[in-house]
Design a protein around this ligand. Structure first.
Ligand SMILES: [Ca+2]
Length: 170
């Protein structure tokens, strides 16, 4: 797990998206150092596209150290959902933010979770207006699927298998 977290930090640094402030703690990310938290900002699906683009990724040792304000936006991106490494919303977490604001009926479509958090989640919590999600076993909406309303404290068969997610407001 530690090496996967570290690779996210390297990718974010290469993209120039990582804040140089308190969110630069990925170098201490290690399996023994306790939970880390990552923030991924994605865009809404644009006409003619099948998936949401990833705007930025960053990780830190605490969720409060993450700065998800994306340059060029007047307001911070809206939290859409959080994936947790363990059941009952525990362990490492990845929160996916909407660059284009909160969920609407069209929502966000995330057909290939980043390799560092693919097959990772055991629980999920939706945020804001995002109250419905389809959570899929494989990338691009393949394999088993479960419908989540607001949250799921244990993904059961899909534990450590989640590879794509669509989330929206219904
Ligand atoms: Ca999978």
């Amino acid at each position: 797990m530690g090496s996967r977290i570290a690779a996210v930090g390297v990718a974010a640094l290469a993209a120039g998206t990582l804040s140089t402030g308190s969110a630069s703690a990925w170098s201490t990310a290690d399996a023994a150092s306790g939970p880390e938290h990552c923030a991924i900002v994605i865009k809404k699906v644009e006409p003619g596209q099948a998936e949401s683009k990833v705007v930025s990724e960053q990780c830190a040792d605490s969720a409060s150290a993450l700065n998800v304000r994306a340059s060029g936006t007047a307001a911070p991106p809206a939290p859409l959902f959080t994936l947790y490494d363990d059941s009952n919303f525990a362990g490492r977490s990845y929160t996916i933010y909407g660059y284009d604001g909160d969920c609407d009926p069209a929502g966000y479509r995330y057909p290939t979770l980043g390799w560092s958090y693919n097959d990772f989640a055991r629980s999920i919590r939706l945020h804001g207006a995002c109250n419905t999600a389809n959570v899929h076993e494989h990338a691009n909406w393949g394999g088993a699927v479960t419908r989540v309303n607001d949250y799921r404290s244990d993904l059961g068969y899909l534990n450590d298998r989640v590879s794509s997610i669509a989330v929206w407001h219904s």
